[in-house]
Design a protein. Structure first.
Length: 242
């Protein structure tokens, strides 16, 4: 599920995109088809170059495929390309992830230092420092597999909550201006909700310790949210936004 994640990140930059009601759906659809096409073509190459049994047993199938027709030097260059690709993916996560604590701090429901903006670069420097420090602590707490299991479990909980929010807002605020229309409503968000819940429960069954830890971190944030929500600065932020 880590490989299929990322379609949601563009929404974090919504207020920084020109004509978001048009460009965000276009970018997401184009990105999904591009990535899906590359995945299919990559697997075609895998199974064309290697027998099925060897692909099933390989722990580094991409390197094995390249080595089969380009030797060990080709496999080394593939590793370099994968490192560059990983850095590109990391850049996207840094660019989008910091916008969430920044927006929360701006609305008064998070630590106020997270809403700091760099005076010359205009980046959310406070939120970036916060997420960078948190990432260092997490990197020291477990293996890569344990960390992405924790992350995937947590993020799909919020995907399910997003689907619930779409359904609830349609009922609670029927006249609200909606630049985006959900195709196939209400079946589309309902199907997505069921899939998100199924993936979350399945991952919890496979990785109960790390998943439970991720759930505990989420639940620990609830009292802080309600504390900040009742604070005077939250009301001030709401009046400024209005």
């Amino acid at each position: 599920m880590w490989a299929y994640n990322g379609f949601n990140d563009l929404g974090d930059l919504g207020e920084e995109i020109r004509q978001p009601q048009k460009n965000i759906p276009r970018a997401i659809i184009l990105g999904l088809f591009s990535v899906g096409g590359l995945y299919v073509l990559t697997n075609v190459v895998y199974f064309h170059a290697l027998p099925f049994a060897q692909v099933a047993q390989s722990h580094h199938v991409a390197s094995d495929v390249v080595q089969s027709f380009a030797g060990s030097r080709g496999a080394t260059w593939l590793t370099v390309a994968m490192v560059i690709s990983a850095l590109g993916a990391l850049h996207v996560v840094v660019l989008t992830g910091a916008r969430v604590p920044y927006a929360m701090a701006r609305d008064g429901v998070f630590f106020q230092f997270a809403k700091r903006i760099h005076p010359s670069l205009r980046t959310p420097s406070g939120a970036l420092i916060f997420l960078g420090s948190l990432a260092v602590l997490l990197a020291l707490s477990g293996t890569f597999e344990e960390l992405y299991s924790l992350f995937v479990f947590a993020v799909w909980i919020f995907f399910a909550l997003t689907a619930i929010a779409v359904l609830r807002l349609r009922k609670k605020e029927p006249n609200l201006s909606r630049p985006y229309r959900t195709w196939g409503y209400p079946f589309t968000p309902l199907i997505f909700l069921v899939a998100a819940l199924a993936l979350t429960v399945n991952l919890w069954m496979v990785r109960p310790v790390r998943s439970s830890l991720g759930l505990a971190v989420i639940l620990a944030g609830i009292p802080f949210f309600y504390y900040w929500r009742k604070s005077p600065r939250t009301a001030a932020a709401a009046s400024e936004a209005g």
